[in-house]
Design a protein around this ligand. Structure first.
Ligand code: KG4
Ligand code: ZN
Length: 329
């Protein structure tokens, strides 16, 4: 039994996963306090994690019908993420591990997103191609084994979810904007505006700064000409189409280049209906984990930890969090 913690951004998460990869509980406490600011406020996130973390751990144990006596290892996200937020989870995990004499397994958050696919009841076996598109990250990776992945392409600027959130803001929609754009887009024409698809970005890398700026100008031009209100659905549909299309074209290219037959998709943007529909047709096997395993959660951290080595006992106290995507360094 692994108890995992994940506090890299604004969700306080704890999960219990069995040794054979079945999720026994997966508690996610979302900090809605940030919505009023239109984005996550790091200092508020850290303070909220502090208030919630013990409650969330207790809840995860209770929902799994186990106690700490049943737990054999602690897993925790070390980075990348907001350092203050990560430190709350890391300190909690260290404290439980040391007090209980349990091994502590540090996990990279992005490896966690990939490892959501390793969880039961029907784990996906490598090799596969993996698209992770969330509010903080967007990359395409080749997954050859259970311990690591190779990034084949990444966004050069905003993450796809970030682009949707910023676009939503320009359209006067609430944060986080992805689901609101999807809803509004249903009433609009995806071909109404030709937003850029970052064709100039080579290979498997992506860029969402151009489409965001194009939306800004389109809204500004419409407002100058009498108002964009009547065109909001068309704007949302065309914007979503440009984001989805860019992701899909890169995934298609990556499948061609690698010859991989299996595709997995993760991150919050994987909840997007048009993206799912578009990607479903691209490979013989397309895997999209349940929504609760796609967005930030601790079960995926346990899913990764099952295949990773624990920290040496004398290294636990000194384990530090890291802010930056390690693969980008
Ligand atoms: O993985 P996630 O929950 O958190 C991190 O950023 O790590 O992803 C959140 C992102 C937000 O940008 C949100 O707008 C986007 O996922 N999102 C969606 C949908 N649901 C969430 N984007 C498009 N369509 C959706 N249905
Ligand atoms: Zn994430």
């Amino acid at each position: 039994m692994i108890l995992a913690l994940e506090t890299s951004c604004d969700d306080t998460c704890a999960a219990v996963v069995s040794g054979d990869g079945h999720v026994l509980s997966n508690v996610i406490s979302s900090q809605e306090v940030h919505d009023a600011y239109g984005g996550v406020v790091p200092e508020i996130a850290s303070r909220q994690h502090l208030q919630l973390v013990n409650l969330v751990v207790d809840d995860a144990l209770a929902r799994a019908h186990v106690t700490l006596d049943d737990v054999r290892a602690i897993a925790v996200t070390r980075g990348p993420g907001l350092v203050g937020a990560l430190l709350v989870g890391l300190a909690t995990a260290k404290a439980i591990a040391v007090a209980r004499g349990l091994p502590l397994i540090p996990v990279d958050h992005l490896q966690g997103h990939v490892a959501a696919n390793f969880l039961g009841p029907d784990p996906l076996e490598p090799p596969f191609l993996c698209l992770i598109a969330s509010g903080g990250h967007t990359f395409i990776a080749r997954v050859e084994d259970h311990r690591s992945f190779t990034v084949l392409g990444r966004t050069l600027d905003d993450a796809a979810g970030e682009a949707l959130d910023k676009g939503a803001r320009l359209l006067g929609l609430p944060f986080p904007g992805g689901p609101h754009i999807e809803r509004l887009a249903r009433e609009g024409d995806p071909g109404a505006f030709a937003f850029p698809l970052a064709r100039g970005v080579r290979g498997l890398d992506m860029s969402f700064a151009g489409v965001k700026t194009a939306l800004l100008y389109a809204v500004r031009d419409l407002d100058a000409a009498g108002g964009s209100a009547g065109r909001r659905a068309d704007l949302a549909a065309s914007y979503q189409h440009a984001v989805v299309q860019q992701l899909a074209v890169r995934v298609e290219r990556a499948l061609e280049q690698t010859g991989l037959q299996q595709l997995a998709i993760g991150g919050g943007v994987a909840a997007n209906g048009p993206l799912r529909d578009r990607l479903q047709a691209l490979a013989p096997t397309v895997r999209i984990p349940d929504r609760a395993l796609c967005t930030d959660n601790a079960a995926m951290i346990a899913g990764a930890a099952r295949h990773l080595p624990p920290a040496a006992a004398d290294q636990i106290a000194g384990l530090d969090a890291y802010a930056t995507d390690r693969q980008a360094l």
